[in-house]
Design a binder for this molecule. Structure first.
Ligand code: BJW
Ligand code: ZN
Length: 231
C-alpha cells in the first residue's frame, strides 16, 4: 500500500506542444518574468498580463493530454495505494488525461480570481481587463495564477502528503522555483524513495536517489508500468 506523491512541471506538457519556461526559446526568453509573472507587473500593466494569459489559455485549450499525463491517471486508477499529483502547471492536461487527486499549486488558466474578495469562477477563454467579480461586483478580476512573491496554493496539504510518502517523483521540472524545488529534500527527510524523471538532470538533481532521463511520453509510461508490475 505505498503512497506516491508526484510533482510535475512544464516538461510533462512539452510534447503536447506547450512551451516550457526556461528552454532557450521558452516563455521566459520571449517575455520578462517581472512584467508578466509578478503582482507588481500586473499592477503596472494589467492589459499586458491579461493578454499573456489569454494567449496561453488559448494554446492550452488546443493542446491534448499526452501519454505521460494518461499514464499518471492510470497509476492513480490501478495502483494499490494513494497517488497524489501536485502540478506546477497551469494547463488542465492532467485532469483531461484523467487524474483526479490533483493539486494545482501555481493556479490554473481556466480559473479567474477576484483580487478583492478571493472569489473564484471559470475564466472565459478571453478575459477582459477589469472584468467585474460575479460575487462582490468589484472590477478586480485577475488570472488565478500564483506569481513570484505570492504563496503557492494548498501548501499544508502538499507537505502533509510528502511527510507520509513512500515514493516521491519529480517529472519535467527544472528545480529552479521554490518551494516546489525543495520538496525532494522534504521527501528524503521523511524517508521517501526519490526519483527524478526529466530530459536532463535538474538544478536539484543531486538530491534524488535515482534519475530516469528521456522524453516524458516514454519514461513516464515505462515507470508507471514498473510500479504496477510490482504491486
Ligand atoms: C522535459 C521535456 C520532456 C522539457 N520530457 N522533461 C531564493 C531562494 C529560495 C526561494 C526564493 C529565492 N528568491 C525568491 C524566492 C521565491 C521564489 C523563487 O523560487 N524564485 C526563484 C526564481 C529563485 N518563489 C516564489 O515566489 C513562490 N512563492 C513563494 O515562495 O511564496 C512564499 C513567499 C511569499 C511571500 C514572500 C516571500 C515568500 C511562487 C512561485 C510562483 C512561480 N510562478 C511561475 C509562473 C506562474 C505560472 C505560469 O504562468 O505558468 O510558475 S514561474 C514558472 O516556473 C511557472 C512554473 O510553474 C515554474 C516552474 O517551472 P518548471 O515547470 O520547472 O519549467 P522549466 O521551464 O523551468 O523546466 C522545464 C523542465 O522540463 C526542464 O528541466 C526540462 O529539462 C524538462 N523537459 N521537455 C521531460 N519532453
Ligand atoms: Zn469579488
Amino acid at each position: 500500500m505505498s503512497k506516491i506523491v508526484i510533482l510535475t512541471g512544464a516538461g510533462i506538457s512539452a510534447e503536447s506542444g506547450i512551451e516550457t519556461f526556461r528552454a532557450e526559446t521558452g516563455l521566459w526568453a520571449q517575455h520578462r518574468v517581472e512584467d508578466v509573472a509578478t503582482p507588481e507587473g500586473f499592477a503596472r500593466d494589467p492589459a499586458l498580463v491579461v493578454e499573456f494569459y489569454n494567449m496561453r489559455r488559448q494554446l492550452a485549450a488546443e493542446a491534448l493530454p499526452n501519454a505521460a499525463h494518461k499514464a499518471l491517471a492510470r497509476l492513480e486508477e490501478e495502483h494499490n495505494g494513494d497517488v497524489l499529483v501536485v502540478t506546477q502547471n497551469v494547463d488542465d492536461l492532467h485532469e483531461r488525461g484523467g487524474s483526479k487527486n490533483l493539486i494545482h499549486m501555481h493556479g490554473a488558466l481556466n480559473s479567474a480570481l477576484c483580487a478583492v474578495c478571493q472569489h473564484r469562477w471559470d475564466a472565459p477563454v478571453t478575459m477582459q481587463v477589469g472584468a467585474a467579480c460575479p460575487s462582490c461586483g468589484a472590477q478586480a478580476a485577475r488570472p488565478d495564477i500564483v506569481w513570484f512573491g505570492e504563496m503557492p496554493y494548498q501548501m499544508d496539504r502538499i507537505f502533509d502528503a510528502i511527510s507520509r510518502a513512500d515514493i516521491f517523483v519529480a517529472i519535467g521540472t527544472s528545480g529552479n522555483v521554490y518551494p516546489a524545488a525543495g520538496f525532494v529534500a522534504e521527501a528524503a527527510r521523511a524517508g521517501a524513495q526519490t526519483l527524478e524523471i526529466n530530459l536532463e538532470r535538474s538544478a536539484v538533481g543531486a538530491q534524488f536517489d535515482e534519475a530516469q532521463l528521456g522524453p516524458a511520453t516514454q519514461t513516464v509510461p515505462a515507470w508507471v508500468d514498473s510500479i504496477l508490475r510490482r504491486d
